[in-house]
Design a protein around this ligand. Structure first.
Ligand SMILES: N[C@@H](CCC(=O)N[C@@H](CSC=O)C(=O)NCC(=O)O)C(=O)O
Length: 282
């Protein structure tokens, strides 16, 4: 893949002394145009900076975190670039693609689909890797200081991407991640549709299962925040499965349980500063 690609700048907005940009480009992995957004702090004029990828949850787009996450003020202070992306291909024109909110459009689950018709374009794991390569090549990103975090479906994506590519993502954290997708209804629906019945593909896309074959891959720790008033907690998220897997792998984990917080962006924006500082320290 060539790293010299045409980026179309859709819009640019001054923000906390830096710029918030929205881009479109032709993705090789997806085979369709994809949108992503970047916050560049003012320090980007002076050289390469650390960057933090954010993977959003079901129904979100490349705009959601930048509009609702409230992360730019702290990123501006820390001199940290933020990168976030859409949650599925758009324009694949698959029958029934928009029929449910937890599968298909807005619900790519950050996996590379193997099952038709999804396997033509739904290659979101590869797309994150492509975007990593793209921003390192075209923006002032220090390739040695890139981290990843995400929310819910995106928390699952961040944990899996980090566990499978620790050489690319040096730090990882999550808000209310789907910790064991092979065991919950959201994950089983998505994995069956995208990956069929291959237990190996399921294992490779399940953070708790992956951690079982690792030994302390992030010795400086993983941070997870979970709201205890989260309506999806009991049925879909299973943080205790990831907690147990980390204990078995001797992986340090800071899993913070917060009374009163639900699954939404009021919860994320409350704790996002802690996540940026956690990544900055690493
Ligand atoms: N439409 C759904 C609710 C969808 C939802 O809650 N999406 C979450 C992520 S859930 C896991 O990945 C989200 O981040 N939504 C965006 C937002 O702005 O809150 C329903 O009707 O229940």
């Amino acid at each position: 893949m060539s790293t010299i690609e045409t980026l179309e700048l859709i819009s640019e907005h001054t923000c906390f002394g830096g710029v918030q940009r929205f881009y479109s480009h032709q993705s090789h992995a997806i085979g369709l145009p994809m949108r992503f957004s970047v916050f560049l702090p003012a320090q980007a004029h002076g050289g390469k900076l650390p960057a933090l990828f954010y993977l959003a949850g079901l129904t979100c787009t490349e705009e959601t975190f930048m509009l609702k996450g409230g992360a730019q003020r702290v990123a501006a202070e820390l001199g940290m670039i933020l990168v976030t992306l859409d949650t599925s291909p758009r324009g694949a024109a698959i029958d029934g693609e928009a029929a449910s909110w937890d599968f298909g459009l807005g619900a790519g689950f950050y996996v590379d689909a193997t099952e038709p018709p999804w396997n033509a374009h739904y290659k979101m794991h590869s797309y994150v890797l492509e975007l990593h390569q793209l921003v390192v090549a075209q923006l002032p990103v220090d390739v040695a200081r890139v981290g990843i975090f995400g929310h819910s479906m995106g928390g699952h994506g961040a944990l899996v991407l980090a566990l499978r590519h620790p050489e690319l993502f040096r730090s990882v954290s999550a808000f209310a991640p789907i910790c064991a997708p092979s065991q919950c209804a959201w994950g089983q629906k998505a994995f069956t549709g995208y990956l069929g019945d291959s237990q190996e593909h399921w294992r490779l896309n399940d953070a708790s299962a992956l951690m079982a074959s690792r030994h302390a891959p992030f010795p400086k720790g993983i941070l997870i925040d979970q709201g205890l008033a989260d309506g999806f907690l009991a049925a879909q998220l299973f943080p205790e499965a990831f907690e147990q897997a980390c204990a078995n792998a001797q992986q340090p984990l800071r899993l913070r349980r917060h009374a009163g917080y639900d699954h939404g962006y009021f919860f994320i924006s409350t704790f996002v500063e802690d996540h940026l500082r956690f990544h900055a320290e690493q």
